[in-house]
Design a protein around this ligand. Structure first.
Ligand code: HEM
Length: 266
């Protein structure tokens, strides 16, 4: 699969027909333009090509440019012909078959609410705390669990306490918090990490209303461990940043809970 891409620093115009190029078999994919929130590609499928059923974690809009084929979306067949557009919600299973040479554009749009509500000042401050979080991360998260299990003992039953005692869970949380601080302005890089954690959260029945508890305890732990280095500015920035991260997890977990419910019903 080939790929060329344009940056979005400069405006440009092009003609899709000029970009169409069919391989002798399979798919040729060209990224026409992308930025942090979206990616617009042209896919050219040789006649007879099949893309097996898969999902995307991003919303996708397909626009057929030329050729014919079939798109199976969530079990329903849609005939593809020039001018047909199909919106595929994130995580919707889909498969494509090209009857003839088939070219379509695929616009993927950001599904994570990246940076939503987080000010540039917060981003700068949180990023500046990344080195100190790398150094003291595990101390902070160990302290965070200590505070949480003391103040909210009811959450204990959700945790594997051996992973607390041997330090693996505090280490995982420390790594997640550090990664977030380092990439708060590019959540796309954290997609697979967020996904893995969100699945674990769903397995352990984490609920949206529990996020303020973890937030409160994490912020207290940051203050306890960093002392004077955790200035009022740092604390305000982390309060805002934590809320944004909590929202990312809550949204992703809601999707996973819904998918699980649908799977249970079938
Ligand atoms: C933004 C906030 C949060 C972050 C960054 C975070 C991070 C993590 C990470 C990195 C893991 C390990 C995942 C793995 O197994 O690889 C995890 C697991 C877990 N988290 Fe969270 N978490 C957050 C919020 C919460 C909340 C609100 C709860 C609710 C009490 C929670 C409860 C759990 C539980 C029960 C596990 C499984 C731990 C185990 O296996 O013992 N987390 N979390």
């Amino acid at each position: 699969m080939n790929s060329t891409s344009e940056t979005v620093n400069n405006s440009f115009a092009t003609t899709l027909q000029d970009l169409i190029e069919y391989p002798s078999s399979g798919i040729l994919s060209k990224v026409v333009v992308k930025d942090n929130n979206s990616q617009y590609s042209l896919l050219c499928l040789a006649a007879g090509t099949k893309i097996d059923e898969h999902t995307s974690t991003r919303n996708a809009l397909v626009t057929v440019v030329e050729g014919t084929g079939n798109l199976n979306l969530e079990g329903k067949d849609i005939a593809l012909a020039p001018g047909v557009i199909v919106f595929m919600a994130a995580n919707a299973p889909h498969a494509v078959t090209a009857k003839e040479n088939l070219a379509f554009t695929l616009a993927l749009s950001e599904h994570l609410p990246a940076k939503k509500g987080v000010s540039q000042q917060t981003i700068d401050i949180v990023k500046s705390t990344a080195p100190v979080l790398k150094e003291h991360g595990q101390k902070i998260t160990t302290r965070m669990y200590e505070i949480m299990f003391h103040a909210y003992p009811e959450v204990k039953s959700q945790f594997d306490m051996s992973a607390q005692t041997n330090g693996t869970q505090p280490a995982r949380l420390a790594n997640a918090v550090y990664s977030y601080a380092a990439h708060i302005d590019d959540l796309e890089r954290l997609r697979s990490m967020v996904d893995k954690i969100a699945h674990r959260h769903v397995q352990t029945h984490v609920l949206p209303e529990q996020y303020p508890i973890v937030g409160e305890c994490l912020l207290k732990a940051i203050k306890d461990v960093l002392g004077d280095a955790a200035t009022a500015e740092v604390m305000t920035a982390w309060t805002e940043a934590y809320q944004a991260l909590a929202e990312v997890f809550i949204n992703r977990e809601q999707e996973i809970y819904q998918t699980t419910k649908v799977a249970d019903q079938n």
